[in-house]
Design a protein around this ligand. Structure first.
Ligand SMILES: Cc1cc2nc3c(=O)[nH]c(=O)nc-3n(C[C@H](O)[C@H](O)[C@H](O)COP(=O)(O)OP(=O)(O)OC[C@H]3O[C@@H](n4cnc5c(N)ncnc54)[C@H](O)[C@@H]3O)c2cc1C
Length: 413
């Protein structure tokens, strides 16, 4: 028998309590809205991730006042390692709007801190899978797998890359989406500096990259991510290549011969804002549901929090929420996301060209400023960078990539 609906309609139902949903729920509840924060998992829960919060994420957490008491490691410079073992240091420097470091913190702890933050403002936790959402009488009706129904005036889809909210409301076009799949595992090893590896696999450049991030209290996170365009059947490539990547890390001396991975977990990435209508009326998609992962390096936590904040402000403020929210995405995330999506497609379709570019970047003749500039560009750190080292070259790169991809299909959105 179907259980009755909860007594009153909520102002907003937020589906998904990851960084996007919890940030949206905290902001909405702080602004006086009655919010249901629905997640199929009970927190704390694990999530496949490299566990790296980039500098803009760190800045935003400070702005939001999140109390992150979890064990974490402060990380600055990184290393990019090319297919022939050449290295390009990617120095970290404070910009005008972000610090010169990121944080490594397990997603179990990080997401739980954000979730508790949302509850502390009065968001109401609902532990259930949302199985269907539909528009109904100027609002939304959400069916939960425990038989309950929730009515809300607005819905925030923060339910990750395969978003049920987006699919039910017809806001996702699968064939036009840009997916990646990544798998991570933990290892008990001390690793001094985060490393990103571009490597050859089965005779050609691997269509993605591997990472080994510095350890947090003796536990390091390593993994492999692969770009699959809209063909989600190709995801197994990441899982298959993980043992090869582990061997490469041992051969290159980043890990000891005895390193044994544990707690392997994979997940989808949805990138570039492609194949998604991120807002319609009072239905707003945020984070991975809106496809906001960086197509060049897979970062999505900052974009999830930022879009969650923007969606909440659009719903609380004056003006038409969809228009206000879309204007924010167009101004902040989409210009880089669309150019980077085109660059990703070109690199994946022309592995020899991509490999030549990477070899040039990681050659010992590349001047240091190239690492600073590439670090700024591919981490999308130019906005708010100010006059940091490499900014002039990074702006020249951005202009060149913009011109090079101007007629690309990814730029038409
Ligand atoms: C292996 C891997 C490594 C990554 N590494 C990094 C990294 O180092 N740094 C970085 O910035 N980004 C990284 N990313 C990307 C990052 O994980 C995401 O961009 C980020 O988690 C997006 O947050 P979100 O809130 O949009 O969605 P999610 O974090 O995916 O949260 C979605 C939530 O929705 C819930 N949910 C889903 N469906 C339903 C439903 N039907 N009903 C109820 N609840 C539902 C889920 O349980 C989950 O809690 C990585 C991704 C992967 C897969």
């Amino acid at each position: 028998m179907t259980k009755p609906s909860l007594p009153e309609p909520f102002d907003v139902a937020v589906v998904g309590a990851g960084p996007g949903g919890s940030t949206a729920a905290a902001t909405l509840a702080a602004g006086g809205a009655r919010v249901a924060l629905i997640d199929k998992a009970s927190f704390p829960r694990d999530k496949a991730c490299g566990d790296m919060i980039g500098p803009r994420g760190v800045a935003l957490l400070r702005e939001l006042g999140v109390d992150l008491r979890a064990p974490k490691r402060v990380v600055g410079d990184m290393l990019l390692v090319g297919p022939s073992g050449g290295r390009l240091p990617l120095p970290a420097e404070s910009g005008d709007s972000y610090p010169g470091h990121g944080w490594l913190v397990s997603r179990r702890d990080f997401d739980n801190a954000l979730f508790q933050h949302a509850l502390s403002f009065g968001a109401e936790a609902v532990v259930a899978r949302m199985s269907h959402v539909e528009s109904e009488r100027g609002g939304f009706s959400l069916k939960l797998d425990n038989g309950r129904r929730i009515q809300a005036k607005a819905v925030v889809g923060a339910d990750g890359a395969t978003t049920q909210v987006g699919r039910d409301l017809g806001m996702v076009e699968e064939g036009a989406s840009l997916y990646g799949f990544a798998v991570r595992a933990y290892l008990e090893e001390e690793v001094p500096i985060p490393v990103i590896s571009l490597f050859r696999h089965q005779g050609t450049l691997f269509p993605g990259y591997g990472w080994i991030f510095a350890d947090v209290e003796g536990v390091a996170n390593f993994g492999v991510g692969v770009g699959v365009f809209a063909d989600r059947k190709r995801a197994s490539l990441a899982t298959q290549s993980l043992p090869h990547y582990l061997e490469l890390l041992k051969r290159q001396g980043w890990l000891s011969a005895k390193a044994r991975p544990a707690r392997r977990l994979g997940g989808w990435l949805k990138m570039g804002g492609l194949g998604v209508e991120a807002a319609r009326g009072t239905a707003l998609l945020v984070g991975d549901a809106a496809g906001l992962v960086n197509p060049l390096q897979g970062e999505g936590i900052h974009a999830a929090m930022d879009s969650g904040l923007a969606a909440a402000r659009a719903l609380l403020g004056v003006g038409e929420p969809a228009q206000v929210y879309l204007a924010h995405l167009r101004m902040t995330h989409l210009p880089f996301a669309q150019t980077a999506s085109a660059l990703q497609r070109i690199a994946l379709s022309h592995p020899r060209l991509a490999e030549a570019g990477i070899r040039a970047l990681t050659s010992r003749y590349a001047p240091e400023v190239v690492g600073s500039a590439w670090g700024l560009y591919w981490n999308d750190l130019l906005r708010g960078a100010g006059r940091v080292r490499g900014a002039t070259l990074a702006r020249a790169m951005a202009t060149a990539f913009d011109a090079f991809t101007r007629t690309a299909p990814e730029r038409r959105g």
